[in-house]
Ligand binder design. Sequence first.
Ligand code: GDP
Ligand code: FE
Ligand code: FE
Length: 191
Amino acid sequence: MNYSEETRATLLEKIQAAMSEKRFQHVLGVEKAALFLAETYGASKEKASVAALTHDYAKERSDEEFKQIIRDYGHDSDLLHWNNAIWHGLLGAELVKQELGITDESILQAIRLHTTGAAQMTLLDKIIYVADYIEPGRDIPGVEKARAIAREDLDEAVAYETKHTLAHLIDIEAPVYPKTIETYNRWVAKK
Ligand code: GDP
Ligand code: FE
Ligand code: FE
């Protein structure tokens, strides 16, 4: 990948234009965390940077736009019954590809999986999933513990985040996307 300071600056401009200042700061925090994890666990820093910067690119798109994408791309119509939380990564990856010209499939997959995780995750998928949760600007209960675990064992960090996200969804009686359950069964549940 040809990733220079200039490429990054151009990407940053487009990302900043697509979101609020608050979300842009979150994205920069995720990049910081992702670079640390890439360094710690031996992943490509270029890919970690691009995936982190673009993971929430589509988060401020309207529900109507996502519903149009579901219809246009022939996705299962069940997806129409979900919401921005599930759509912005899963479908946002397509917008990252089209609008930002990022075609690397490993980066697009990390974007698609960043909210729910998956039973099968690559190192990059895990890095983005965990970095999104532990970035320096996050202030969720247990985030310090999550950061400490992430410094020691990335799979344990995936498990910790998955367990706490699912517990939170149950607490607020939110619908749980099936892939979130698959992630729980693979990374948290004792066999
Ligand atoms: P963000 O985009 O940086 O805010 O973080 P995420 O993409 O990880 O999560 C977005 C939202 O989706 C958060 O509020 C999560 O709690 C929520 N979320 C994660 N998994 C699920 C799920 O299975 N169902 C629902 N309804 N929400 C979920
Ligand atoms: Fe997100
Ligand atoms: Fe995020």
